[in-house]
Design a protein around this ligand. Structure first.
Ligand code: FAD
Length: 455
């Protein structure tokens, strides 16, 4: 189905809306910038005491290390102290605000810098675009729901006041999705006597000194955390669903790390049995098993639900047809280069809210979503992977589609090539990919492009 979206609306016909943005991470910051550029009046609500979201490292952890207790105090960030980016700075930054190397106190000029450098980059962005003046820090949104007359009531709680209700034309949800742990079902886990933790609460390796540790997961955090822990632990055993059979066994270059297939069962005597038949007696399990989407403040009377990690129904992962464009989401897709995707989604939302860009009819959006769900089913993609864009060219096609809606340039070819080169390099050199690479030609191309921007 082809639908025409861009209208060349005369500037005097563009409508300025009063918009609430929930969250001041990378998504909320760029949403605020795009909304204001489009002429909207924006308030950004941020529960934390600074901007940056995920990139604000804290040594603080939750009272329940696996995150099951619904009454636990939630810590937002899941960063560990040693974290360096898994994307190169060139391919990670916003498109029109390159993530350049900068000199100065505390700056990290490496190509794959530490998390502290990302936070500094986001702070630079907020200063240069004067976003801070839009942000209300330490102000948590406890309720956002449709009120009378199609407007949104946003109820927030801050240090200064108990609860305040305000009315907005639109709400843009940017609350992140790496803070609510997702745990696999493991047969026998209730009787297993060892300690457990979700990677959300992992900060440093010290608690694992001389322990036998089983790490569950095969994604970036599992790779990093297993190496971090192996510096002090007696043994580290990684259980990964995606582990290839010929790679199982002792990991080359390490004398205390093994790769296994998934866990089959765990037992009251401390034993952990893997599907490949091997077994170990372990002290600790670390679950690097991902996160759940969670919008505890959002009331849509059942229009938007989270079902097995599918947030829906959403047109192109952004607009619920029945509430579009007054409710939108920035940042749901995963296995992507997030910042530039957030930037494009935000441009689209801003343009639709001002009437510069039009959306299809509600029925057409619903049809599109249904077709998308059917295509996932036909390809055997589980529901929980609805927002996974890690396959082939999915994120690039998606970004280009949104760019087209906005009248923005399509994604630069070097970004795609660089992203793919890093993925390949990560598999080839899991220990050293952040310091050794073969794509200097792409770095040159990126730097040439960055000369067009001022920051
Ligand atoms: C361990 C780890 C490593 C990562 N590594 C990389 C990497 O190398 N490169 C990369 O590009 N990406 C990486 N990411 C992904 C990273 O999360 C995204 O890059 C991005 O920062 C997410 O931004 P966001 O704005 O969507 O969410 P967040 O950064 O989570 O921001 C959401 C904000 O919303 C606020 N908030 C939530 N609820 C409320 C409420 N009710 N009221 C008010 N405020 C609220 C939170 O306090 C937070 O500040 C990593 C993620 C994790 C967890």
């Amino acid at each position: 189905m082809t639908i025409k979206f861009i209208m060349s609306t005369a500037p005097e016909l563009l409508t300025s809306r009063h918009v609430a943005v929930i969250g001041a991470g990378a998504g909320g910051l760029v949403a605020a910038r795009e909304l204001r550029r489009e002429g909207h009046r924006v308030v950004v609500f941020e529960q934390g005491d600074q901007i940056g979201g995920s990139w604000v490292y804290t040594a603080d952890v939750e009272s329940d290390p696996v995150g099951l207790d619904p009454k636990r105090r939630v810590v937002h960030s899941s960063l560990y102290n040693s974290l360096r980016t898994n994307l190169s700075r060139e391919s990670m930054g916003f498109r029109d605000y390159p993530f350049r190397r900068k000199e100065g106190k505390g700056r990290d000029s490496r190509r794959f810098p530490s998390h502290r450098e990302v936070l500094m980059y986001l702070n630079d962005f907020a200063v240069d675009f004067k976003i801070n003046e839009l942000v209300r820090l330490q102000t948590e949104v406890v309720f956002a729901g449709l009120g009378e007359g199609g407007k949104w009531t946003v109820r927030s709680r801050s240090l200064q006041s108990n609860c305040v209700d305000e009315i907005y034309d639109a709400v843009v949800v940017c609350n992140g999705h790496y803070f609510h742990p997702r745990l696999p079902h493991i047969p026998g886990i209730d009787a297993w006597p060892g300690k457990q933790m979700h990677s959300h609460n992992y900060r440093t390796p010290e608690p694992f000194q001389d322990q036998v540790v089983v790490i569950i997961g095969g994604a970036a955090s599992a790779v990093d955390i297993s190496r971090d822990i192996a510096t002090v632990a007696k043994e580290v055993h990684i259980a990964a669903r995606s582990a290839e059979e010929d790679k199982l066994g002792k990991l080359p270059g390490h004398d205390n790390m093994w790769l296994h297939s998934m866990i089959d069962s765990v037992h009251g005597d401390g034993t952990i049995v893997f599907q490949d038949g091997n077994a170990v007696h372990a002290d600790f399990i670390v679950h690097c098993t991902g996160y759940k989407y969670d919008f505890p403040f959002l009331e849509t009377n059942g229009v938007v639900t989270v079902d097995d990690n599918r947030v829906g129904p959403l047109y192109k992962h952004v607009f619920p047809p029945a509430l579009a464009p007054w409710l939108s989401f920035v940042g749901l897709p995963w296995k992507v280069a997030p910042f530039q995707l957030f930037e494009l989604q935000s441009k689209w939302i801003a343009g639709v809210l001002s009437n510069r860009i039009s959306l299809p009819l509600e029925e057409e959006m619903i049809e599109d979503i249904e077709a998308f769900y059917l295509s996932l089913e036909a390809s055997g993609t589980p529901k929980s992977h609805t927002h996974n864009m890690g396959m082939a060219l999915v994120q690039w096609e998606y970004n280009n589609w949104i760019a087209d809606q906005c009248g923005a340039p399509v994604m630069e070819e070097w970004r795609k090539q660089m992203y793919m080169a890093a993925s390949k390099n990560r598999l080839l050199r899991p220990e050293t990919y952040r310091d050794e690479w073969d794509d200097d030609d792409l770095v040159l191309e990126a730097e040439h492009e960055f000369a067009n921007y001022q920051n």
